[in-house]
Design a protein around this ligand. Structure first.
Ligand code: AHR
Length: 500
């Protein structure tokens, strides 16, 4: 007896799923860069950690945001270029970092190292320029250093530093959380700053660099802020033709619960908080569309994921990597697919060792966390056309009057397959799910099922020793004569079904 049903409307396309929706974020914070990506002491070796890079390479990250976070608005990019021995040592105003957890920045890892990292792992860079304590000229100079092919002092400095041709950086963020650590600005104040920065950075787009630069402004989870920002930014003579390609917000959840101490009711609340990502997408898109009536401005969620009480500034925002967190990632990736008509990029926080990282390291090893396997499982969606699904599912009433839908799904159509992902957010029980697809009737041979975390408790934590226990397993899927698929999802699992 099935108790959940997913109808996949293969003809009802939503939009292409931008590969950048599977993007990542790395900040100079804790052991993300120093110790995680870059050897903390790289004096006698190539600075990059090959074990981390190999895991990131396999995952085919589409885009990586850097250098922050709050760090971005206190970072002056010229500190991080040129001979290592000449680079100034600075405070890190917001975060202790590196294995010694000191609030200082050696600048050993700077723009050329980051851009080399991106090339080594085949990912598109997304640079966040300093608005909080910088100026528009510094930001425009950064674009020139990275991308200009001509004969200027800055382009020559790049060449002297070993890089002849342009890096071709396309994504430029102007500030980070400028309502908070990026200058505590009102929306009107940030909009005015944004316009100044966008004038200088955006003009390079037409004249000096070949790439179509995409400019990204920071929004907020309080959506009145976004509406006021949009109105003010459009209030200059440019009107709605201002240079703004994407508006972002950040959505973290999990502050209410230490996973190892929580009960299953708290798991439900955590998962319902993760599902609220969809309301934020709807509301920021509404704020954009109310003003930009003649323009397409994308929604980016350039920091998202779990943030539990264990992750504090003192420990470099480290928290255990659990099955429960990975389950929430599956549910959120389904939301991004369903909103592919507005979501142009997302960046889970943070790539290595920090918050809901995908890769964890110690001095000797690097290993994949459960969330890594969810990204891997969802990878076939990248670049596909998302299609609508109707999900009929049992739901659980929560104490705060919300409901947690227990089974979730999204689907996409590619060149030669329909790809359906499923989550069982019920940490207590299995659910039998029936999947009906519009279109030709598949045979059993066309269908493959994969499941993650079957038989594992939600609070199970990954370590260097058990990391190989979280990988994919086969999922039994039966196909009826009329083409209906049926499968059983064990508690707290993420699954995918490919129909060729
Ligand atoms: O990801 C950690 C911090 O969270 C970032 O620096 C900041 O942007 C956000 O508040």
């Amino acid at each position: 007896m099935t108790d959940a049903r997913v109808a996949v409307h293969t003809e009802a396309t939503i939009d292409r799923i931008a590969p950048e929706v599977h993007g990542h974020f790395a900040e100079h914070l804790g052991r993300c860069i120093y110790g995680g990506i870059w050897h903390a002491d790289s004096a006698d070796q190539d600075g990059f950690r090959e074990d981390t890079l190999s895991l990131l390479n396999d995952l085919e990250l589409p885009v990586l945001r850097w250098p922050g976070g709050c760090f971005a608005d206190d970072y002056h990019w010229e500190d991080g270029i040129g001979p290592q021995e000449d680079r100034p040592r600075r405070r890190n105003l917001f975060w202790a970092q590196g294995p010694e957890e000191i609030p200082e920045e050696s600048n050993a890892f700077g723009s050329d190292e980051f851009l080399e990292l991106c090339e080594r792992i085949g990912t598109e860079p997304y640079l966040a320029a300093n608005v909080g304590s910088g100026d528009p000229q510094e930001a425009a100079n950064w674009v020139e250093y990275c991308n200009y092919e001509g004969d200027t002092e800055l382009a020559d400095r790049r060449r002297e530093n070993g890089r002849e041709e342009s890096y071709g950086v396309k994504y430029w963020g102007l500030g980070n959380e400028n309502w908070g650590c990026g200058g505590r600005m009102t929306p009107e104040q940030y909009a005015r700053e944004y316009r100044r920065y966008a004038t200088y950075v955006g003009t390079m787009d037409n004249l000096l660099v070949e790439e179509d630069l995409e400019l990204i402004a920071c929004g907020f989870e309080g959506h009145e802020w976004n509406r006021r920002f949009m109105e003010e930014v459009a209030g200059a003579p440019w009107g709605t033709e201002f240079p703004l390609d994407h508006l972002t917000l950040h959505h973290y959840y999990g502050q209410t619960m230490t996973v190892s101490e929580a009960d299953k009711d708290q798991y439900d609340t955590f998962l319902a908080d993760a599902l609220e990502t969809e309301q934020h997408i709807d509301r920021i898109a509404a704020a954009i569309n109310a003003v930009a009536t003649t323009r397409d401005i994308g929604v980016i969620i350039d920091e998202w994921g779990s943030w539990h009480p264990e992750a504090t500034a003192d420990n470099g925002l480290e928290q255990p990597g659990t099955v429960l967190d990975a389950l929430s990632a599956g549910a959120v990736l389904d939301i991004f697919n369903d909103n592919s008509d507005v979501v142009t990029m997302t960046n889970i926080a943070q790539t290595v060792n920090v918050l809901q990282c995908l890769v964890e390291t110690d001095e000797d090893d690097a290993w994949a966390r459960p969330t890594y396997h969810v990204f891997d499982l969802y990878a076939p969606h990248k670049g596909n056309e998302a299609v609508q699904t109707s999900v009929t599912t049992p739901a659980r009433e929560l104490d705060d009057d919300r409901e947690l839908p227990l089974v979730g799904s999204s689907a996409s159509v590619g060149a030669d397959e329909t790809y359906v992902t499923l989550t069982n957010l019920d940490c207590r029980d299995s659910h039998a799910v029936e999947i009906g697809l519009e279109g030709p009737t598949p045979s059993e041979a066309d269908v493959t099922g994969t499941v993650l975390f079957a038989g594992q408790e939600p609070d199970m934590e990954v370590t260097a020793n058990n990391a190989d226990e979280f990988g994919p397993e086969d999922l039994a899927v039966s196909v009826d004569g009329d083409g209906t698929l049926t499968t059983e999802l064990p508690p707290s699992t993420v699954a995918a079904i490919s129909i060729r």
